[in-house]
Design a protein around this ligand. Structure first.
Ligand SMILES: [Zn+2]
Length: 204
């Protein structure tokens, strides 16, 4: 369970460190996904980044943050196991793998894959997980209906749905903050959707 103070701090990072970068990114045609790497000990910021697919289609917010993290001088870079990986949106297959291969063992996200598909009109997370990884093998049983598209808790990482944690907290202030951040991301999404297709991103 994430405490109220921790949830407030994570929402602060989304609002004050990630979203301002994303506001600039979407204007130049990048998607609205962002990420930050924090120290678990005090949730202080190590790196915040946003999607930069106009430069390289692999620079999703999470991967861009990982790239920046590993570019830090070794003496300034905490052990990934001492870090909390914060994602604005539930990571796609690329970013799930990037987080795993980089040794981070926990991440939290505010908006789910379903939110990305339904509220932000970016369906690729679910489509790629189904299309590339979970195509039923005709020689075996089809996956059980409704099963998760990846193991949200596994030997490499634990993922935390922050919106669920906020709902479970029952704290009106936190619930209101998430609503406000949702409105902010609706605006960022509108900017991205207006200009998408013009920036040369393969899956836009
Ligand atoms: Zn991704």
């Amino acid at each position: 369970m994430t405490t109220t103070a921790e949830l407030n701090r994570l929402l602060d990072v989304i609002e004050k460190d990630i979203a301002p970068l994303t506001a600039k990114g979407v204007v130049s045609g990048n998607k609205l996904f962002g990420a930050a790497i924090l120290r678990k000990s005090d949730l202080s910021l190590v790196v915040a980044e946003t999607n930069n697919e106009t430069q390289n289609p692999l620079w999703h917010g999470e991967i861009h943050a990982i790239k920046r993290f590993w570019e830090l001088p070794a003496g300034e870079r905490p052990d990934p196991k001492e870090c909390y990986f914060l994602c604005t949106h539930e990571p796609c297959s690329l970013c799930l793998s990037g987080i795993t291969w980089s040794g981070f063992d926990v991440f939290g996200y505010l908006f789910s894959h379903t939110d990305s598909a339904e509220s932000f009109a970016i369906p690729y997370d679910i489509q790629i997980l189904k299309g590339v990884y979970a195509v039923p093998d005709p020689d075996r049983d089809a996956p059980a209906p409704g099963r998760d598209l990846y193991n949200r808790v596994n030997e490499y990482f634990t993922s935390i749905n922050l919106a669920e944690q906020v709902s479970a907290s029952g704290e009106p202030d936190l619930i209101a903050r998430v609503r406000t951040i949702g409105e902010l991301y609706d605006e960022l999404s509108a900017t991205y959707q207006q200009g998408k297709g013009n920036a040369g991103i393969p899956l836009s």
